[in-house]
Design a protein around this ligand. Sequence first.
Ligand code: ATP
Ligand code: MG
Length: 488
Amino acid sequence: MTETIPNPLLKRAFLTPNRPMIRFKDRDYSFKEMYERALKQAGHLQSQGVKKGDYVAVLLQNHVDSVVMLLSLQLIGGIAVILNNRLTAEELAWQIEDSNSILFITEEGFRDKLARLQLEIPWLWKATIDTSNSMSPAVQDEVNLDDVCSVMYTSGTTGKPKGVLQTYGNHWWSATGSALNLGISEDDCWLCTVPLFHISGFSILMRSIIYGMRMVLHEGFNEGLVLETIETEKVTIMSVVTTMLSRLVEALNHRTLPSRFRCMLLGGGPAPLPLLEKCVEKNIPVFQSYGMTETSSQIVTLSPEYSISKLGSAGKALFPSQVKIADSNGKEIEANQSGEILVKGPNVTSGYLNREVESRKQFVDGWLKTGDVGYLDEEGFLYVLDRRSDLIISGGENIYPAEIEGILTSHPDIEDAGVIGAADHQWGQVPVAFVKKIGSVAEEEIIHYCSERLARYKLPKKIYFVDELPRNASRKLLRRELRQMLDK
Ligand code: ATP
Ligand code: MG
């Protein structure tokens, strides 16, 4: 049976019209105001031919107008193909075409980048949209939970990006799972400095609508501004990735966060143990989490009460979801044995856009194969080790590059690091490291530093100093490019 619910924005604007929805720069916008703005914009989009079920590509910065754009599409049932604004023109063109979008909406800030972009479909510049004479749009009063709300391409860390179909049901259950875990309070305020084009940012917007919660939107991440905003805007929750968290820890210095601040939701990639230890020391309430574009945000989360006893774990699956570890045949394996992480739940995508065969291969009996390796301890806490494709096997021992990278980047003279396996006649493979240094540290010193923190077989056998590590538009390390560098 397919379920329908009232269109989320309509319902929210009806329930709590005057509550502030979003703070951007120096001003609050209520749910009613955002709804009214979105309605006008929806009329304009409709006059441009957008109908229910059409894919519309959007390339936008974090801005209140971008939120209005995303909401207006939801009002008329348009599907937002949300593009990463760090992609190159070629990558953008590929995703726009791949998604069969009928319209491309963007803004001035990208004009230079877009100069070389050739598209078959019409463009709309955000600033030139005139909503004064908008027609009255055919608002979808209800949404079906199986209707696709958004499409987001995966980061393309392991291969070509894939367009993930995210339904209203996926977002609804993701927001519900998060609320059942964190609780919702009248005073909650979620700070969004992560991009709206990532599921990390977009999911904050969906939670704001579903919970009736105020969010503060920043154009980007600036640690000084974040600390000030947490105080002045009475922020209680914030989403971060590792680099943001380590910059915040630095910037905090000896200060502490206000006691009302209750959750630093950390996700997007591996969390180095030394950083988590520092946060425990400084009393920063870090909720480690594991998730991906395919799970519409976090699916596994660790509360701070376990920060010490389960240090390094990503936690347990949220209420509506499940996680298990399986061998290469999809058979579940026992506690403390590592294997592929499989996930299931109503927040998990049903597949990738226009990739039926690939989508089917990704699922076994309703479980999504994540391509990540990890294990569950005897109490069911998940430990994410690394991506299956990046595992190094040395003399029969499994080595996970993320663990070594976490140690390397905890060295004060190392800004960034990447580890891969190099062929070795004795061991099969040995780990080697690519390092971006900020100080004058030498290779021997780095290896000595690692030897005090890592088992002998995990020590990098060679350190290559580089100016920059190859990272994709989501700032994720591209170890496949490191492997190419080694082959040259
Ligand atoms: P692609 O699927 O195209 O290779 P991607 O997997 O990097 O790209 P995302 O959906 O942005 O695209 O990232 C999800 C991935 O991030 C997870 O599959 C996992 O590898 C990594 N990740 C997320 N949370 C954690 C975590 N807590 N620890 C380790 N890795 C994590
Ligand atoms: Mg992935």
